[in-house]
Design a protein around this ligand. Structure first.
Ligand code: URA
Ligand code: SF4
Length: 233
């Protein structure tokens, strides 16, 4: 990021912007460099108001040459504290599901559609409760995800849950209807059609943890990930 863009971005802090004005991470993205430069720059992103209450930016992590790229919604409480994606209960369940689907040894890159934790604080006590990001926040944060996808250039993107699905496939995406199906990966870059790779959506591991029948929900996640595994054979 050049010094002029930084000055412009901070003088227009998102908190002070009028309702309806665009949030956008683009001014904070470095013009060149790899994933390490991207990750460093993301620590200073002020592209939407979510940076204000969260502890830190939680950028993607994993192999820069991974064939399999996993996209969650946003960091949770543990991820916000530790600064790494999927290090809490949802991450543990995800790793178990990947292993059962035969992807335990596959190199992966793991990230989220939104890079800051959005939450409300419970009225009594200090427990922070996850809140779904808005469409504006998801669009604001999309340039980071687009850049990660361009640099990793995976064979297959697995979208975890409805929010990540909307971020990549548009707001009409419904995970219940579209899960488990291999499709061409759409490009997130302006003016481009398909990105070349494949995409498959499945449920979010947190939804499995909340399900009434957890075992059945887990089996469903593993079944979808097995379709993903077959695409990587
Ligand atoms: N849920 C997500 O979507 N992402 C994380 O990193 C953790 C939990
Ligand atoms: Fe930037 Fe995304 Fe964080 Fe908003 S959520 S401040 S766009 S990194």
């Amino acid at each position: 990021m050049g010094p002029d863009t930084r000055a412009r971005a901070t003088s227009e802090s998102p908190a002070g912007r009028e309702q309806g004005q665009e949030y956008d991470a683009s001014p904070y993205l470095p013009r060149r460099g790899g994933l390490a430069a991207l990750r460093r720059a993301s620590a200073d992103c002020r592209g939407c108001p979510l940076f204000q209450d969260a502890t830190q930016t939680v950028f993607g992590t994993g192999s820069p040459t991974a064939r399999l790229f996993l996209v969650g919604e946003q960091p949770g409480d543990q991820e916000d504290r530790q600064g790494e994606p999927f290090v809490g209960p949802a991450g543990r369940l995800l790793r178990r599901a990947l292993a059962e689907a035969g992807l335990g040894d596959e190199e992966v890159y793991v990230t989220n559609a939104v890079k800051h934790f959005k939450f409300t604080t419970a009225p009594r006590g200090k427990r922070r409760i996850h809140k779904a990001p808005s469409l504006r926040e998801m669009s604001a944060c999309r340039p980071w995800l687009a850049a990660e996808l361009r640099l990793v250039s995976p064979r297959l993107v697995v979208v975890l849950g409805g929010t990540a699905g909307k971020a990549l496939l548009g707001n009409s995406f419904r995970v219940g209807e579209e899960r488990g199906i291999l499709r061409p990966m759409p490009s997130l870059e302006e003016g481009e059609g398909e990105g070349g790779g494949l995409l498959l959506a499945t449920v979010h591991p947190s939804a499995v943890l909340r399900a009434d029948d957890r075992e059945a929900a887990f089996r469903g996640l593993v079944a979808d990930l097995s379709v993903a595994a077959s695409a990587l054979d």
